[in-house]
Ligand binder design. Structure first.
Ligand code: SF4
Ligand code: SF4
Length: 117
């Protein structure tokens, strides 16, 4: 049985012969056999700035929660509680979208010092 006869499920991710692939073989390139998931990678590791929320200024509108592209604004009982700094990439969208200017971005070099407080 050739790879073409197998179902997608049965196919193995074997690219050892990639240099010899012809046009008919390149469909293999569309397969992601073991897709990564941000849950398993601490994407916060390549952040250059981190967000801090001012609890007094925050009106709990939840805009930051909905706008964060990485689900890194944590909320409980419909209230923002914290950031998931393991996964927050520091894009600053939450700060930009906050209508109350309650989120500010800070250089990553201050991170350890600030989050301890
Ligand atoms: S900085 Fe970006 S990734 Fe981090 S919490 Fe804000 S919107 Fe989400
Ligand atoms: S967007 Fe701003 S005001 Fe709204 S919940 Fe987030 S921090 Fe609070």
């Amino acid at each position: 049985m050739t790879d073409k006869d197998k179902t997608t499920k049965e196919m193995k991710w074997d690219i050892s012969g990639i240099k010899n692939w012809g046009p008919g073989d390149h469909e293999l390139g569309s397969l992601i056999p073991e897709a990564g998931n941000a849950r398993y990678y601490q994407t916060g590791g390549w952040r250059t700035e981190f967000p801090i929320r001012d609890d007094e200024a925050c009106t709990q509108c939840l805009f930051c929660y909905f706008f964060c592209p990485d689900s890194s604004v944590l909320a409980e009982n419909q209230k923002v509680t914290d950031f998931d700094y393991d996964h927050c990439k520091g894009c600053g969208i939450c700060a930009k979208e906050c209508p109350a200017d309650a989120i500010s971005m800070h250089p990553e070099s201050e991170f350890a010092e600030r989050v301890k407080k």
